[in-house]
Design a binder for this molecule. Structure first.
Ligand code: NAP
Length: 309
């Protein structure tokens, strides 16, 4: 891929070297991008691991150093860390560069980052809707973004800078769509944040009942509970920050969820089988829609590969 292609930035800085940033680097490499990539992570341990893995062309010891001369800076740290990092790097940003973030929440990140950025720097927030329950520099892989959505939340950013960043994400394999900030936070509360909270709660309840480690629960758990445990293994810092920073939308969706749960609880108590049947028929259609949109596989057991012992 040549330097003249629109999605190619000369120098890229990745701040934070976990699942999301390392996958960006591997996907850039796979796409044949010629950008020079500099990486920084908070701990010496992560920086050492990154060097060992060959992650980035250069690993440096401060965020300020990483962003020097960068044409694109991607903040890939937990949502609560975005503001302080933006403040630290601001005086070192190259005029005209693009700063982006990959945070799972947008309004709070925009409020925390934008005030620090100097005039002439483009801020184009994004959110790649892809991830796994694994974190850290060795969790990343080149195909993470393939066919997944990367939401772009320009929120007033110049069109040219936005289009270039969209092209960049498309080159990494993602599909892109622009979204308003508030809508983004509400949509993500529905499709990601509240489902995670429910999974955390369900596994917590089972643990309270001292059943999680019970051999029978593990042995007989069908995809339902096992999938909850997989989701509930997601990074605690990242998810704490998501809920602390997407309060309004999360509480709104949780309120609706609780009302629906009470309606189903009542149907069970009163023996209203028709209500349950109709409800489950509607939700089954939603699953079919997800499959038709190519966002999951209909292989039995979610396409899990069986490991023979
Ligand atoms: P991760 O694997 O846990 O990596 C986080 C990185 O941020 C690590 O390199 C960590 O450095 C660094 N970091 C943490 N706290 C920091 C601080 N206070 N100052 C400076 N650096 C700090 O996380 P991730 O999954 O890549 O997530 C990164 C961002 O992407 C988050 O904002 C998250 O909301 C968003 N996101 C995640 C997913 C997902 O499913 N994982 C999906 C979409 C978006 P050390 O290792 O040295 O601590």
């Amino acid at each position: 891929m040549s330097e003249t292609q629109p999605q190619n930035y000369g120098r890229v800085a990745l701040i934070g070297l976990g699942l999301i940033a390392s996958s960006i680097f591997w996907a850039m490499k796979r796409a044949g991008m010629e950008s020079h990539v500099t990486g920084y992570a908070r701990s010496a341990e992560t920086r050492e691991t990154a060097k060992r893995l060959g992650l980035c062309h250069e690993i440096v010891d401060s965020a300020e150093e990483a962003v020097k001369d960068a044409d694109l800076v991607i903040l890939a740290v937990p949502v609560g860390a975005m503001g302080p990092i933006a403040e630290a790097i601001a005086p070192h940003l190259k005029p005209g560069c693009t700063v982006s973030d990959v945070g799972s929440v947008k309004q709070e990140v925009i409020d925390a980052v934008r005030p620090h950025l100097p005039e002439g720097v483009n801020f184009v927030p994004t959110h790649p809707m892809a991830g796994t329950e694994h974190s850290g520099p060795d969790a990343g892989f080149a195909s993470l973004y393939d066919n997944r959505w990367c939401l772009i939340v320009p929120d007033g950013a110049p069109e040219e800078a936005t289009a270039k960043l969209e092209a960049f994400w498309q080159a990494l394999g993602a599909r892109t769509e622009q979204m308003e900030v508030e809508h983004h936070d509400l949509v993500c509360a529905v499709v990601s944040h509240v489902p995670h909270l429910i999974a955390y709660t369900m596994v917590g309840v089972a643990d309270d009942l001292r059943r999680v480690s019970d051999q029978e629960v593990i042995k007989f758990s069908a995809a339902g509970f096992r999938d909850f445990t997989r989701i509930a293994a997601s990074d605690p810092t990242m998810w704490r920050d998501v809920f602390m920073n997407n309060k309004q939308a999360t509480l709104e969706i949780l309120g609706r969820f609780t009302e629906e749960l009470f309606a189903l609880q009542r149907a069970i108590r009163t023996g209203d089988g028709q209500l349950l049947f109709d409800y489950f028929t509607r939700t089954r259609e939603i699953r079919r829609g997800i499959l038709q949109a190519g966002q999951d596989t209909d292989a039995p057991d979610f396409g899990r590969v069986k490991v023979e012992k």
